[in-house]
Design a protein around this ligand. Structure first.
Ligand code: SAM
Length: 164
């Protein structure tokens, strides 16, 4: 089961610094069929329902060219999440895990990302399949899926060096 804001046995919450969401500009709002976190899939599916990304002005012009990609990376703000857990007990796995080892919505900056299948663009709406957020979730950014990209610059010396 997903959760609202309850703590599970062994989980550890901390007192985080005050949130400063004002540093972000929400570029739109996501319309999905799910009105409740409990009913939302844990990860999106390519055959999931079509969801509509409503882009606010003045950002609609920034959609130009997006239609040439099959997939789009959707970055959103999981605004109903608590943000103070450092140790969590995932519903699917009783072990106690560090927040940064999980894709849980509960994190200090509740960003969610999904690689969604681009279905179409209709004026200020981008239609996609593959989301897992509730209706009304704020949209932070859109990027063409990086797998669709071929690097423009030829490889440079040092590009593939590791620290090992
Ligand atoms: N795909 C994203 C990721 O991996 O970064 C998010 C994964 S997270 C496990 C998805 C879950 O977040 C949903 O099943 C739901 O329980 C919860 N959720 C969805 N929308 C939310 C919102 N606006 N605020 C808080 N939690 C939300």
């Amino acid at each position: 089961m997903v959760r609202y804001n309850e703590i599970r046995e062994g989980e550890v919450a901390v007192t985080p610094p005050p949130a400063t969401d004002a540093g972000l500009v929400f570029i739109g709002r996501i319309h999905t069929p799910w009105g409740d976190r409990m009913l939302t899939p844990r990860q999106g599916r390519a055959d999931g329902p079509v969801c509509r990304l409503e882009i606010f002005e003045p950002w609609v012009a920034a959609l130009r060219g997006l239609d040439q990609y099959a997939h789009v990376e959707v970055i959103y703000w999981l605004h109903q999440s608590r943000r103070d857990l450092v140790l969590q007990r995932p519903a699917s796995d009783a072990s106690l895990r560090g927040t940064f080892s999980l894709r849980s919505p509960v994190r200090p900056n509740p960003l969610g990302t999904s690689i969604a299948r681009l279905v179409g663009i209709e004026n200020q709406f981008v239609l996609v399949r593959g989301l897992d957020c509730i209706d009304g979730t704020p949209l932070v950014d859109l990027k063409p899926d990086r797998c669709d990209f071929t690097p423009i610059a030829p490889p440079q010396q040092g590009d593939f060096e590791t620290d090992a």
